[in-house]
Design a protein around this ligand. Structure first.
Ligand SMILES: *Cc1c(COP(=O)(O)O)cnc(C)c1O
Length: 244
């Protein structure tokens, strides 16, 4: 086995162990490969599932890898900050947009989708850590935002996404994930049109166990599989900054 295959096995075990701890079944949690800066040839080594989820942060990388991996069994999720001038492009390649965070984006996505006569799966991104460097609707506004999004029939809301606080104090990170889970329950209770709350996308290389304990259904893992990156993550979250 090469190192990527070994790393994936380790992640699978971590997922299973965390599920076991809280009485969940391992197959309730999907592994999304966070593949920013990882070349397609390397990504291929990680495609061991029947259906593989890939998350990209930049449109340019999404488009390149979509082309290079088109013969593989992959589903592309957009997990970066989305500028409205990239909507046409993202819709060409993504199966799901996890970073819906403002109504201007919702309206423009809806316009384009109406024009194309189709719909798109999305997650609402919530800024559970209240950090200014992170995108997402504020937890207080998440309910009213979900209600607004539900008016747009082209957008099928499948759940929520968050990036937890990076902190060595695990309980602070857990608070973010608990908050997202509570918001999910509150939105689910509203039984809104076009909104189901099946997915909670939370947890990364360092905190996936806590996220799973708090109900994650998708964990997004990069570093623990592909190794570390040279740029800070805030760089990849912002679609305005382009990798040269
Ligand atoms: C990079 C990234 C991840 C994965 O982070 P790692 O710490 O490398 O596992 C998850 N979610 C988002 C939005 C990312 O940009």
């Amino acid at each position: 086995m090469n190192s990527i295959a070994i790393n994936i096995e380790v992640i699978k075990k971590r997922i299973e162990k965390a599920c076991l701890k809280v009485g969940r079944s391992g197959d309730e949690v999907k592994l999304l490969l966070a593949t920013k800066t990882v070349p397609a040839e390397i990504i291929k080594q990680a495609l061991i599932f029947e259906n593989n989820l890939i998350g990209e942060n930049k449109i340019q990388e999404l488009s390149q890898k979509h082309t290079l991996l088109k013969n593989e069994s992959v589903e592309f999720h957009f997990i970066g900050h989305l500028q409205t001038n990239k909507i046409k492009e993202v819709l060409k390649y993504a199966n799901c947009i996890q970073s819906i965070d403002r109504i201007e984006l919702v309206q423009k996505l809806n316009n384009r989708l109406q024009f194309e006569g189709r719909s798109m799966d999305v997650l609402i991104q919530v800024n559970t850590s209240y950090e200014e460097s992170k995108f997402g609707v504020s937890p207080e506004k998440a309910l009213s935002f979900a209600k607004e999004v539900s008016q747009y029939d082209t957008l099928k809301v499948k759940g929520l996404m968050t990036i937890g606080l990076f902190n060595s104090e695990k309980e602070k990170t857990r608070k973010c994930f608990k908050l997202l889970s509570n918001i999910r329950n509150e939105i689910a209770e509203l039984a809104l049109r076009n909104v189901d709350m099946m997915e909670l996308s939370m947890g990364m290389s360092n905190d996936l166990e806590i996220a799973i304990e708090e109900g994650a259904t998708i964990v997004r893992v990069g570093t623990a599989i592909f190794g570390s990156r040279i740029y800070p993550d805030s760089y990849y979250w912002d679609e305005q900054k382009d990798i040269k």
